[in-house]
Design a protein around this ligand. Structure first.
Ligand code: SF4
Length: 191
């Protein structure tokens, strides 16, 4: 049951990646050599579905990598407290990023997949929201990624999963916070 929804999410992610490739090709956009790694931005994720999918990736990682990711996540989450004390936001790299590359790439959440391109989405009330691309998208906006079907499908998967799990709480976490929660679910005696 839960596996079925996660399979649907995997298929949805594959379609996101394909669509991203098509639109990024219009701009000749690649992340190679970028001086601003998006993984140091503070992304919040909003679905239990993506949490469970990322958890699969963490479970599949070799033990030492798993330990390192959890240790780094702890440092990042602790830094959030220091931020509050300092009254400023620190630029913190995602704990899954090693030398500019995502160690959980196959399992990464939606926003990690869609960030960077000009895009739009149609809200349930019909209002169209648009946003520009990252600093590497040059010139006139000639193509825009339609996020509407992705948001809609993810919401359906999330609804089905929440019903199965009886989960009713609000979900809003960074990758580091999700990984800290995951560490409680896994056998991490040695961390
Ligand atoms: S999960 Fe991966 S792609 Fe997403 S911010 Fe972390 S390192 Fe980057």
């Amino acid at each position: 049951m839960i596996e079925g929804e996660l399979k649907k999410l995997g298929d949805l992610y594959a379609r996101m990646d394909l669509e991203y490739e098509k639109v990024s090709a219009v701009y000749g956009l690649t992340c190679r050599g970028c001086d601003e790694n998006c993984c140091s931005q503070r992304f919040h994720h909003h679905t239990v579905a993506e949490y469970l999918y990322l958890l699969e990736g963490l479970k599949a990682a070799p033990a030492e990598l798993k330990r390192t990711i959890v240790r780094r996540a702890r440092i990042v989450v602790e830094s959030y407290v220091h931020e509050l004390q300092a009254g400023e936001i620190f630029k913190l790299m995602c704990p899954a990023n090693f030398d500019g590359k995502c160690a959980l790439y196959h399992w990464r959440p939606m926003i990690c997949r869609l960030h960077g391109l000009p895009h739009f989405f149609i809200m349930p009330d019909g209002v169209r929201k648009t946003a520009g691309g990252c600093h590497r998208v040059k010139g006139e906006s000639t193509a825009s990624l339609d996020r509407t079907p992705f948001y809609t499908e993810l919401a359906l998967i999330e609804k089905a999963l929440r019903e199965q799990l009886g989960f009713k709480e609000r979900f809003r976490k960074t990758t580091a916070q999700m990984i800290m929660d995951m560490s409680l679910e896994l056998d991490f005696d040695e961390i």
